[in-house]
Design a protein around this ligand. Structure first.
Ligand SMILES: *Cc1c(COP(=O)(O)O)cnc(C)c1O
Length: 383
């Protein structure tokens, strides 16, 4: 028992006692349940489990990225390029931004935290929306800043209310477009009006983790706005449409004054060599991106039709996941797990009646809908 984390501590003073209150009060991020864990707990064959819980790309990683990783293996004895020269060049080319305006991240999650740490401290505030990405709350609390959480409208960002909520000590506003976990989308005109009106001393982190899933009618390009607005940081990831969630690569784009600050608090080797090589390949793989988009559109329609057939309310989604109201979400989730389907309960987002379903392959969506139908028919199913 000597290595147990729960082992009783002697009554002597302990470093943990002096940890900042805001750190002790942090509620850890709750990730989707891993396949192996569900297989163990429910006695299931891991190969038959369907995981639709973490907004991963159901196509897996692109073959182009796999080949790039294989070629990069021989260099693993060396440190990665701390500056990510080749990856920044690929991003700069792909998105038409100066390479010096890019900050690489160990996933875009890293970049969100770098922005908070670089710009904000104890006693200052950060604004974000109710039902927005859990990491905004974590990044805020981890630095002892005060969260100003703005009520959502129809599960999406109320940008006017977010503007009104900015206080003299506000340093940063997080905006997710599309938003996770609700899938809501703010159109380019409304978003731009918002950015124009945010006071110049307040940074805007525009988190576009799902932007590749927007329909042609919704699409907009925020990169030119970075040239216009010195307080704008645009965040992107390779984890979703590019299929590299396990490698952890993301980046943010901002003018040099903000980029330099973010790079000061960044770990020098925060993006490993395999991730850099794979990201370069994936960024050039237009065919994979198009396939990811199409399979997601088809899957969203499939899930919407399934929900309609079951008489369930859902929030129309612009991401690669969809929020559905099932009533007793904990019971339904338990039934789904027993049937080998992992989805994401969102009680921690204050949405206790809802489940978030990541869009899978057609057969995975079908297996989920069949298991959901059974769960709703169970005695403890329907609310
Ligand atoms: C998934 C997600 C991210 C980032 O994921 P990384 O894997 O860390 O790049 C960022 N923002 C939102 C809103 C997300 O849903």
């Amino acid at each position: 028992m000597s290595n147990s984390v729960t082992a009783a501590r002697p009554a002597a003073p302990h470093p943990a006692d002096g940890a900042p209150g805001y750190v002790k009060a942090l509620a850890p991020y709750r990730p989707g349940k891993p396949i192996e864990e569900v297989a163990r707990e429910y006695g299931l064959d891991p190969a038959r489990i369907v995981k639709l819980a973490s907004n991963e790309n159901p196509l897996g990683m692109p073959a182009s990225a796999r080949a790039a990783i294989q070629s990069a293996l021989d260099e693993l004895g060396r440190y990665p390029d701390a500056n990510g020269f080749l990856l920044k060049a690929a991003i700069a080319r792909r998105y038409d931004v100066p390479a010096e305006w890019i900050t690489l991240g160990n996933g875009s999650n890293d970049g969100l935290e770098l922005a908070a740490r670089a710009l904000c401290t104890v006693g200052e505030s950060i604004v974000y929306a109710q039902y927005s990405f859990a990491v905004y709350a974590l990044a805020t609390q981890a630095i002892g800043a005060r969260a100003i959480v703005v009520p959502a409208v129809r599960y999406g960002h109320d940008l006017d209310a977010m503007l009104q909520a900015i206080e003299p000590d506000t340093r940063l506003v997080f905006v997710a477009n599309p938003n996770n976990p609700t899938g809501t989308f703010v159109d380019a005109a409304a978003l731009r009006r918002f950015i124009e009106r945010v006071p110049p001393q307040v940074a805007i982190v525009l988190d576009e983790a799902y932007t590749e899933y927007l329909t042609p009618a919704q699409r907009y390009d925020a990169m030119p706005w970075v040239r216009e607005f010195p307080n704008l940081i645009v965040s992107r990831t390779l984890s979703k449409a590019y299929g590299l969630a396990g490698l952890r690569v993301g980046f943010s784009v901002a003018q040099p004054a903000l980029t330099e600050l973010m790079n000061r608090v960044r770990q020098p080797f925060n993006v490993n060599s395999l991730a850099q090589a794979a990201a370069i390949a994936a960024l050039g793989d237009a065919a994979f991106l198009q396939q990811s988009f199409q399979i997601n559109q088809d899957g969203l329609r499939q899930l919407e039709q399934g929900f309609a057939a079951l008489g369930l309310e859902y929030v129309p989604s612009s991401g690669n996941f969809i929020l559905v109201r099932v009533g007793r979400a904990d019971q339904i989730n338990e039934h789904l797990l027993r049937a080998g389907v992992i989805v994401r309960p969102v009680g921690n987002y204050d949405l206790p009646e809802w489940l978030r379903i990541s869009v899978g392959l057609p057969a995975e969506n079908e297996a989920f809908l069949a298991a959901l139908k059974q769960a709703l028919a169970a005695p403890d199913g329907r609310a």
